[in-house]
Structure formats: C-alpha cells, structure tokens
Design a protein around this ligand. Structure first.
Ligand SMILES: [Zn+2]
Length: 291
C-alpha cells in the first residue's frame, strides 16, 4: 500500500517533528529487517536527526553522524512517531525497528518520543539498510529507480515506449518511481486510458493527458493527507480512492458500473465506459474458477 503520497506525507510529518532531535538509542527487534550489517544500527546513537525525506517509495533518515537509514515499507510497513515509549503489548503488528529520541525537555510534553517501524503484514516485508550517508544515493535500491512520478515527471512518450501494458509500466519502479497498485488505477481512470493499452501505442495527446493525470492525482492525494493525516501516522491512511477497491459501484464520472480484474496479488479496477470502449475485461480469477 504505501505509495508516493503515503510515503511523502510520512516523510513530511516526521521531518517536521524530528529535525534536530538527538538520538538516544536505535534497536532492531525485527528479525531480518536489517539488510546490511556495517555500519551497525547503533552508529546512530549520540547523533541527531538531520532530515527525513522520500525517494520513490523509500524513506531516507539522515543523521549527523554520517550514517543514514534507507527504509522501504513494502506493502504493510509503517513508520510512526509516538510521544511515549512502548506501551501495552501490541498484537496488531510487529515492531521491527525502534529509535528513541533524547528530547531533554526542549519541547514540552514530548520528552519520551520513539520512532517505530512496524509491520502489519503476515509476512515480514519492510526492510532497512544502514548506510554511510555518501553511499545512500548509490545504493542499488535508489540507483536503479526511474524518474520521480511527482511533482515533475519527464514527458512520458519516450519513457513508456515499450510493448508492455500501461498498468505494468507505471508500477515498474525502474521506469517511473512512486506509483503502485492503488494509485495506478486512479491515474489511468483519470486519463481515460485502458490498463492494457501498451505504452508503445500511446498517442502524443494521450501521453500528455497521462502525465497530467499522474501529477494531478498524486498531488491531490497529498493535499488530502495534509488535511487528514497527523502524527503518530495512523495504522491505516484514509486514502481518497475513487476507483481502486470501488468495483461494483458507479463510476464517479459517467455512472457506469466499475469493474475489476483480479490477479493473485493485485486487482485492476476500471470503468468500461471511460477506459475500454465499453469492453469488460476478462476476469482471470473467474475464468479459472469456471474452467
Ligand atoms: Zn466512467
């Protein structure tokens, strides 16, 4: 789930709250959450938080000690800031990483703050790399990312010129960074494009409309989060989706019933009237069941 708007609002809120805070301790109770071993996580201790920022769907936590954390929330991780240290036993998630801040009474009422990386999925997927600051941009997770989808992606004609469906191309982080299973449906609906149209078949005006839909849709989500999301960052973000997960409901633009195609680990939702010239795409799950 966390895609560009969700990661961006997380970075903004945490950056605003933590910039300059001294790091008292850093521990990783989560098994296998750390993908690196040198420098150790403890290298953060005694230093302060310089910034928390986003690249693609990754969070980067920069510290003054020349050490940074590169975090990927994957589908069910959350990075949350609490005013109190670990409370009652938490059964809804697993604690992967815990960073305690030493606030020394500089901010009243926030003297026991704790940043927690929690995993809400059944499998552990969220991960952290502890890297020397100068090595962050060269890490393969970032070095292989395509251009940012927001706020100013390059023209899409060339970028998406491949014989692959738009739904797959837009979610490919090496092609364009930040879009995943949820927002891709909203973007394609906004641009009135079929999820199965091939990138190489995009007409020039369609490429322009698609770029506008990407910037507009992700920007609007972020604006909505600026109003609705606050620290500690909720377990579930109130995603302002209109099409994704809304199959069976009327299209907000034309009233036609929204349809969906189910795959093993994702669902494509779309409006047949607005996007596929009235055609209802084959639901592979259904056809498998009926076979
Ligand atoms: Zn429609």
């Amino acid at each position: 789930m966390p895609e560009l708007p969700e990661v961006e609002i997380t970075a903004r809120l945490l950056d605003g709250a933590l910039k300059g805070a001294a790091i008292e301790s850093a521990l990783a109770p989560g098994i296998n959450v750390l993908k690196t071993f040198d420098p150790p996580l403890g290298a953060l201790e005694g230093h302060s938080v310089l910034a928390i920022r986003r690249r693609g769907k990754h969070l980067i936590f920069d510290s003054s000690g020349g050490v940074a954390l590169l975090v990927h929330l994957m589908s069910a991780g959350r990075l949350q800031l609490y005013d109190k240290r670990a409370g009652p036993r938490d059964r809804t998630s697993r604690l992967l990483v815990r960073v305690r801040l030493e606030d020394g009474g500089t901010r009243t009422g926030t003297s026991e703050r704790e940043l927690r990386l929690r995993e809400f999925g059944s499998k552990q997927a969220a991960w952290v790399k502890v890297l020397a600051s100068e090595a962050v941009e060269q890490d393969e997770a970032l070095a292989t990312l395509g251009p940012e989808a927001w706020p100013d992606p390059p023209p899409l004609g060339e970028l998406l010129d491949a014989p692959r469906p738009l739904h797959a191309l837009l979610r490919d982080q090496h092609v364009i960074a930040g879009i995943g299973r949820s927002w891709v449906d909203e973007i394609l609906w906004q641009a009135r494009l079929s999820p199965y149209k091939r990138g190489a078949d995009l007409l020039e005006d369609e490429a322009v409309a698609l770029r506008e839909a990407i910037v507009g849709t992700l920007g609007a989500a972020l604006e909505s989060y600026e109003q609705s999301v606050s620290l500690p960052i909720p377990d579930k973000l109130p995603m302002p989706l209109q099409v994704h997960r809304h199959e069976g409901e009327p299209c907000p633009r034309c009233g036609t019933e929204l349809r969906a195609v189910h795959f093993e680990d994702y669902v494509i939702a779309y409006c047949p009237e607005c996007q596929t010239e009235g055609r209802v795409l084959k639901d592979r799950r259904l056809s498998r069941l009926l076979r």
